[in-house]
Design a protein around this ligand. Structure first.
Ligand code: NAP
Length: 286
């Protein structure tokens, strides 16, 4: 009897932490809807164990690929044999798949980030507007690549560790500048879009320490954090009448091309996915 044929295809999300991830719920739902024989798991790996864990996963012929979450997105690109133009431009990958013999790195965070922004901000023109991005990790890099396509007047990066923000300015060049963390509240003056691409506000972490007093009254606050769905930053922004966007739409947007890359078929139409994720996240908090 050939037991290999009866084993499911495997995929997963690798991170540290990874407990908060809603990806297993999302993919498991799509796996059921499409009827494919597959499973999707959380894979915990510290930075020290990252390379070994990735290699072990891909040593199984049934392992189709992995989403990569914090803090491994730079390491994922470095470990790959080949990378898409998007991943190279970003300097980070959120997706690793097998392509022939090669480990292939992709970045679907860029389209995942842009889709909800262009939807929500359909009537807004980000050209010649000031945008502030908080964070300087993998998500911030994808955010910068996406935002540079929108021709804002300037993108200001602020990060708790100032040197990392300066590093991004070097990597991304003109149109992007860094300000020091100590002046983060003042930097919001005249801002049309504030993006939290840092891990601050995630479940188990402290809220983002930034005051919204100086931000434009018609600004949009986009928090990439999705667990919790209604972060402290979003609550404060809503309380002061600002438009807001949470991270769930981005999570769904970046997952659709990943699903195709893992299993070779399109993600199913699923209008109820967002409400299912909101409910699941609330249950995880109990
Ligand atoms: P990362 O590469 O590990 O970078 C983490 C960033 O967060 C660093 O810039 C770090 O600053 C900053 N940070 C951590 N704790 C902080 C705090 N208490 N106050 C201020 N800054 C803090 O992580 P990542 O991959 O960029 O992910 C960042 C966040 O984006 C995570 O919450 C992740 O879940 C979210 N994300 C969401 C989606 C989605 O689909 N919605 C997609 C991608 C990422 P230092 O440099 O000072 O350490």
């Amino acid at each position: 009897m050939n037991t290999t044929k009866q084993q499911p295809m495997n995929a997963g999300v690798i991170g540290d932490p990874v407990e908060h991830s809603l990806s297993p719920l999302l993919y498991t739902r799509w796996i059921k809807k499409t009827g494919i024989h597959a499973r999707y798991d959380k894979i915990h790996a510290t930075p020290q164990a990252f390379e070994k864990t990735v290699k072990k996963c891909f040593s199984s012929p049934l392992f189709m690929g992995m989403n990569v979450t914090l803090p491994h997105k730079r390491a994922a690109l470095a470990l790959s044999d080949k990378a898409s133009e998007a991943a190279q431009k970003t300097g980070a990958a959120n997706l690793l798949v097998r392509k022939g013999e090669a480990l292939y790195a992709e970045n679907t965070d860029i389209e995942g980030f842009l889709g909800p922004l262009l939807n929500k901000g359909a009537k807004r023109d980000w050209r010649d507007r000031k945008i502030v991005v908080v964070g300087a990790g993998g998500a911030a890099r994808a955010t910068l690549v996406a935002l540079m396509q929108l021709d804002p007047s300037e993108i200001v990066i602020i990060n708790r560790t100032n040197e990392k923000a300066a590093g991004l300015v070097k990597a991304f060049g003109s149109g992007v500048r860094a300000e020091r963390w100590s002046v983060r509240n003042d930097v919001l003056e005249g801002v049309a879009l504030l993006v939290n691409a840092s891990a601050a506000g995630m479940r188990g972490m402290e809220p983002l320490d930034i005051k919204l007093d100086k931000i434009n009254a018609n600004a949009l606050v986009y928090d990439l954090v999705y667990a919790p769905t209604n972060t402290n930053l979003l609550k404060r922004a809503k309380a002061q009448g600002l438009s807001t966007l949470g991270g769930l739409d981005m999570l769904i947007g970046q997952a659709m091309p990943s699903f195709k890359a893992f299993f070779g078929i399109n993600a199913p139409a699923d209008k109820a996915i967002k409400s299912a994720l909101i409910k699941a996240e609330a249950r995880m908090r109990q």
